[in-house]
Design a binder for this molecule. Structure first.
Ligand code: FEO
Ligand code: CA
Ligand code: CA
Ligand code: CA
Length: 640
């Protein structure tokens, strides 16, 4: 599994649906593929940047690019400023207690449960009061993806104990914090009746078609409808009724199975050693040989209502079980909700969920279980630029009892195997998806896939046209007739990442403007600017193919012209992820994840500041993942 604990990407898809590569050789030359955007002409783009959104914003990109950087700080364009809002270890502001962050990682597991978790990731801004468009007072909800135990404990993995496992578990999950502006600056409200942590120890209801299935029952939960915790929460989504969706990604790495690993565990990447979190040593449910069904209780999308602090979060099984990256919302003309979702691993798939029922804008409570009913699809990208959503429903596309899928619940628990059977297209690590508010076209980051074209691995295809794809690309599609529920679409490649001046034609990009690699976070602002965040693994950052490319960064693209400008560069060893904005567009919130990360992704506790002292600078004891706020000096809309 190598050194990547968080975004471990080694393929576990050994299914044989791989006919596109052959098709491709017939239909398109390699040169055409590398040019990407030439594959499908988009004659019918409904509008460009000439129109304005409801706030009068044309979507024009007005800032001057920043250069790439290896500096240990956040750099933004002239006329912009940055504030640090919420760091790992800051008190959430719970009425139950507000422990201060202690030097030397001295906080207890109990303290950690009342403080910001580690490794901030996906995030969403919910105006307060509910239903308003307030841009000065809100609930901010965010994921804490994983932990660097070299920073979390004074002596790292030495003297490993139940307390350390609990502290790690309490540093996972998500935060709900209340924030407001005071004298023009954002601050966390403490205490707040909304402040809340959800961790790997929080009871979470399991709902939808797979709830109660025999494969979800355990010793501790014979009914199979109450899981303990959520973890490795990566990207996110939200609902029109004001709830947050958190997506369980590399959950497999917390389990170990020292016995014979069953094929269904292997298909999801469960191994003998896991990723080294060592939870199983003191929390036996992470021994996947002894508790095989515990693995089936992770890999879901979890819905949480930030406005109702006592409501238990809910795993929504109708959206399938993957290594979920994000859930990008679109709406049909009749108000059914649609979510686009990536499964982030080499050669995995892109999915879509369409709800059965329309959401009720007038009655919030009526939407409470809306995500329990709907249809799941997986994408097949054909070489001619067309595509099909393959329905993952019982008795469709070969998903029958005879083929190992006795009911819909089995399809949802074994979603990857169902998608294999249906014949989906194996992609280059689908990360975030984003929906263009102007035309409902959908974009997806394919972060990289160095195994593409390697011995015994799938070769290139039209949608994944590079062997050894170290820099990744961004694909997009338009649903037929602009209907998010359509079963057909047209696709093209928005950008091949990588420097357009590179000598190596396979690695060379076709980006118009500032270059980048390993795109991950992806988000449209309400005016239709596309924000791209990068996650080059620390093991390759600023070396090898990535020598000279600088620290991870955020860029802004015009989806019509394809022009891309670098907006921000992050501190050393970080990933840029998570993005949300106030309704008026004047404050953007993003997360700086794992500043100071080392190539092993596990810091040396004796030298916690070896790479970075961001954000605390000279006073730093540890580098700390943090939410930052970006504003314009003239209080204008960010991006203009
Ligand atoms: Fe957690 Fe796929 O990024
Ligand atoms: Ca990450
Ligand atoms: Ca990610
Ligand atoms: Ca990533």
């Amino acid at each position: 599994m190598g050194k990547n604990y968080s975004d471990a990407d080694t393929a576990s898809n050994h299914s044989s649906a791989d006919s596109l590569a052959q098709l491709l050789q017939l239909r398109l030359s390699r040169r055409q593929l590398l040019q990407g955007a030439a594959i499908v002409p988009f004659m019918s783009l409904p509008l460009g940047c000439a129109s304005v959104d409801s706030r009068g914003d044309s979507g024009e990109i007005g800032f001057k690019s920043v250069s790439s950087s290896t500096a240990d700080g956040v750099r933004v364009p002239e006329g912009y400023n940055v504030g640090v809002l919420y760091r790992w270890g800051d008190a959430i502001g719970s009425q139950a207690g507000m422990p201060a962050f202690l030097q030397g990682a001295a906080n207890s597991a109990a303290d950690q449960a009342l403080q910001a978790g580690m490794h901030h990731d996906g995030m969403h801004y919910f105006s307060l009061p509910y239903g308003s468009k307030n841009s000065t007072h809100a609930l901010l909800v965010m994921n804490h993806e994983y932990t660097d135990d070299g920073l979390l404990h004074a002596d790292g993995f030495n003297n490993w104990s139940a307390e350390k496992v609990k502290k790690s578990q309490n540093a996972h999950g998500l935060s709900v914090i209340e924030i407001e502006t005071r004298g023009g600056r954002w601050a966390v409200v403490r205490p707040s009746s909304y402040a809340r942590r959800v961790t790997a120890q929080t009871t979470i209801r399991i709902a939808g078609p797979a709830a109660g299935h025999a494969l979800l029952t355990t010793e501790g939960d014979p009914a199979g409808n109450a899981a303990l915790g959520t973890f490795n929460n990566c990207a996110n989504g939200y609902t029109p009724w004001g709830t947050y969706l958190t997506c369980e990604e590399n959950w497999n790495g917390y389990f170990v199975n020292a016995g014979t690993i069953p094929p269904d565990q292997r298909r999801y990447g469960v191994t003998a050693k896991g990723f080294g979190y060592r939870w199983h040593e003191f929390d036996r449910r992470f021994d996947a040989a002894a508790h095989p069904n515990e693995t089936n209780r992770f890999g879901w999308i979890v819905e949480i209502d930030p406005f109702t602090p006592n409501a238990p979060p809910v795993k929504r099984t109708a959206l399938g079980r993957l290594k979920h990256e994000g859930a990008a919302l679109s709406l049909t003309a009749d108000n059914r909700v649609v979510y686009y979702m990536g499964d982030d691993q080499q050669f995995e798939y892109i999915y879509k969920f369409v709800s059965r029922d329309a959401y009720n804008a007038a009655d919030r409570a009526a939407n409470r279980d809306l995500l329990d009913h709907g249809t799941l699809y997986v994408a097949k990208f054909d070489a001619d630029g067309s595509g099909t959503w393959l329905e993952l429903s019982h008795n469709k596309n070969g998903l029958t009892a005879a083929n190992g899928f006795p009911a819909q619940a089995d399809i949802l628990i074994r979603t990857r195997q169902a998608a294999d059977a249906a014949g989906a297209t194996k992609m280059d690590r689908p990360e975030w998806t984003a929906v263009n508010p102007r035309d409902k076209s959908v974009y997806c980051t394919l972060t990289n896939n160095t195994a593409r074209g390697a011995k015994d691995q799938p070769g290139v295809d039209a949608a994944n046209p590079r062997a050894n794809n170290v820099f990744g690309h961004i694909i997009r599609w338009h649903e037929q007739s602009g209907d998010p529920a359509a079963s057909q679409f047209k696709w093209d490649i928005f950008a091949m990442a990588g420097d357009p001046l590179l000598a190596d034609t396979n690695k060379r990009g076709n980006v118009k403007g500032d270059s980048f690699g390993s795109p991950d976070g992806l988000w449209f602002d309400p005016a239709g600017r596309l924000w791209i965040q990068t996650d080059v693994s620390t093991s390759v950052l600023n070396s090898g193919d990535y020598a000279g490319t600088g620290n991870n960064q955020m860029l802004c693209a015009d989806p019509v012209s394809g022009r891309i400008r670098r907006f921000l560069t992050g501190p050393k060893g970080c990933e840029i992820t998570g993005i949300t904005m106030t309704p008026d567009g004047t404050s953007m919130f993003i997360n700086i994840q794992h500043p100071g990360e080392t190539a092993s992704e596990r810091s040396d506790p004796a030298q916690p500041l070896a790479v970075s002292n961001w954000p605390d600078g000279a006073a730093a004891d540890r580098p700390r993942s943090s939410t930052i706020v970006i504003r314009k000096d003239d209080s204008g809309v960010v991006g203009t």
